[in-house]
Design a protein around this ligand. Structure first.
Ligand code: DP6
Length: 324
């Protein structure tokens, strides 16, 4: 059928974090960021533009959603570019195991961008798709591409998009995700980063930190230096979380289980098993390691965590658009 297209996009984990918007409406970040797109965890989205509809309709895993605010930013831009008034029916399925504890917004808005642009008959290149995905959620701009990706912050709608990192020689990477039981109501990343940018006295220095960490992480990636890669990623994650702790009012995404996993990683390192951790806007921990260490890490974690809470991922592909 015309007017229908689907897209598959994978989730990504930030190694140098995006945490703060210079422009909220356009999702222009204060700093750049670097991520790794992962295999296994993805969103598949089908979009149909239909002149009979009176409003956009969004179904996630078969359930109709009432909050279409972020999706509308993507769809309105597509309508503007394609010069149409038609509303869209969006059917989205998340293939993100609940055991993994990954947020789905990066894969969801990347898939929405790819599917809605194709359904409207637009032929957008990857940078344009990245800009479109960015309007839905900042981290989604990076899920257009596979493997290691850098989001160039830019300062307007045209120059803020992601691109693949070049000359990467560090290819043996594995991510062991540990899901921690969450009991608190969490602060969304949009709200959290806004509070940090406005109230943390460390926010100005965070921007310098990120600029340095980006240069150093690129060096680690292009010289196949896993130790340096892990140290920089871990430190950058903790510096982001220091922004939440230093906000007014202070907040944290950490839970007791988060600290337990951090301790396990430090234990593993003391045993000579090389691994590091990173944490996004939630309590779950992603352990960064190399393939040979996976069995040892799983073994150690299984003493404290059920195997159903542990999942392993590797570098994954960029977006795939399917025309119907
Ligand atoms: C901690 O992309 O979810 O995961 O742009 O407001 O939708 P919005 O935020 P979002 O924030 C991601 C924050 C992070 C770090 C990162 O992915 O870079």
């Amino acid at each position: 059928v015309d007017n229908t297209a689907s897209a598959i996009a994978h989730t990504n984990i930030a190694l140098i974090k995006y945490w703060g918007k210079a422009n909220e409406k356009l999702t222009i970040p204060y700093t750049g960021s670097i991520s790794l797109t992962l295999d296994k965890f993805y969103t598949k989205t089908k979009v149909t533009f239909d002149s009979q509809l009176h409003a956009d309709k969004l179904f996630v895993n078969g359930t109709e959603q009432t909050n279409l605010k972020k999706a509308a930013r993507v769809l309105n831009r597509v309508r503007q570019l394609a010069d149409t008034n038609s509303f869209a029916k969006i059917e989205s399925e998340n293939f993100v195991p609940t055991s993994a504890g990954f947020a789905s917004s990066a894969s969801a808005f990347a898939a929405l961008a790819g599917a809605s642009a194709a359904a409207a008959g637009l032929e957008l290149d990857k940078p344009a798709l990245s800009r479109l995905a960015r309007l839905g959620s900042g981290s989604a701009s990076r899920s257009i591409f596979g493997d290691f990706v850098e989001w160039l912050p830019g300062d307007n709608d045209e120059n803020s998009f992601a691109q693949p990192l070049e000359n990467v020689t560090l290819t043996d990477i594995a991510v062991v995700a540990v899901k921690v039981n969450a009991h608190q109501k969490t602060i969304s990343s949009s709200e959290g980063m806004k509070s940090s940018a406005q109230t943390s006295p460390y926010y100005a220095e965070w921007q310098n930190v990120v600029n340095r960490d980006i240069v150093n992480l690129k060096h680690a990636l292009t010289t196949n230096n896993f130790s340096l890669f892990g140290q920089i990623s871990e430190a950058n994650a903790m510096r982001m979380h220091a922004l939440t702790l230093s906000s007014l009012p202070p907040f944290t995404y950490f839970e007791p289980g988060t600290l337990e996993v951090i301790n396990e990683v430090q234990d593993l390192r003391a045993q000579g098993i090389e691994c590091y951790y990173t944490i996004d806007a939630g309590p779950n921990v992603k352990i960064l390691t190399q393939t040979a260490n996976i069995p040892l890490i799983k073994d150690q974690l299984s003493k404290q965590f059920s195997p159903t809470k542990i999942s392993v991922a590797h570098p994954g592909p960029g977006i795939e658009v399917i025309k119907h």
